[in-house]
Write a protein that binds this ligand. Sequence first.
Ligand code: SAH
Ligand code: SF4
Length: 342
Amino acid sequence: MIAPEELGSLLSGEPAYRVDQFREWLYEHPVLAADDMTNLPTEVRERIADSLWPFRVEHEQVADGGRTVKWLFRCPDGAAVEAVLMGYPRRTTLCISSQAGCAMGCTFCATGQFGFDRHLTGGEIFAQVAYANAHLHRHPLPRSPERVTNVVFMGMGEPLANYPNLRESIRRMVEVAGISGRSITVSTVGVVPGIERLTEEPWPVTLAVSLHAVDDHLREQLVPLNRRYPIDDLIAAARRYREKKGRRVSLEWTLMDGLNDTAHQARALAAIAKEIDAHVNVIPMNPTPLAPQRRPPDERIKAFVDEVARHGATVTLRDTRGVEIDAACGQLRVRAESAPAG
Ligand code: SAH
Ligand code: SF4
């Protein structure tokens, strides 16, 4: 996606008003293809056609009665980027990727099992938002805002392991796409120095910490990075974020059958959440082809959530939007790449 500062060089030799026309097409009435920029001469449209997006759309899937759209984008070097758009009555949320693949190797995550390909650039991260806005302009989701109002970094990759590019993408979301910092959620598996850097940034972004366990022994089995940044250090960093920013942190808890779904763990999780004034989000495990972990039965999920609430923490059971199109972290990629060739 072209940054506003790059517009001039792309249109060099053209009159100044072309830059304004182009800017309007990009950021105010976004279009999916240069050909749709109807007041630009054909020659100019052809010149910019390949620079408009840094990737092509390999798959587009629609689910939930048109309220969920999932894209698999492909960069010229083969890197895969996935994003999921979800419409709600008062917000339109885009879940985006910060890396192609992920190096963290969490044992329950499809992206982690595929390993790391490369960091996405700030432009590639931001382009997911710009593309979704262009799509929404043409095809709004039923009864939802016609622009991306909320962004969550919960697609592929660990955003805090790609800090400068994460930072640049957030800057553009706020300054170019007009998304409020409060409506951007950075989800991390626990890169403590990254949380510390984010604490110093000017934007009031929401921090989500993917905790999944209350003791280091279990967490190490699920999240190898826990060996480097154990739970106490992670909670301390989340607490500082809360204090400095005045923003409530959320604790993500992917619920796995027989592993982290006991009443004892629910109580310990509630105690941590209360201690740092965090909100708990429980996400039932989405099975992946390679992961041994399973989703608990529904009554066990409900009992866990009730137990967290009974011990005084605020808790939400996250909806399973998009499950029918494998909208969970990294799963479309698995489907696409394991499909027979040809
Ligand atoms: N790397 C970051 C953000 C991307 S993962 C992180 O780990 O926080 C986004 C969320 O999806 C995380 O909370 C992660 O724990 C969750 N997740 C990963 N695999 C999952 C699965 N198979 N089922 C349910 N949630 C999963
Ligand atoms: Fe990476 Fe997050 Fe998946 Fe872990 S859960 S492998 S950090 S994307």
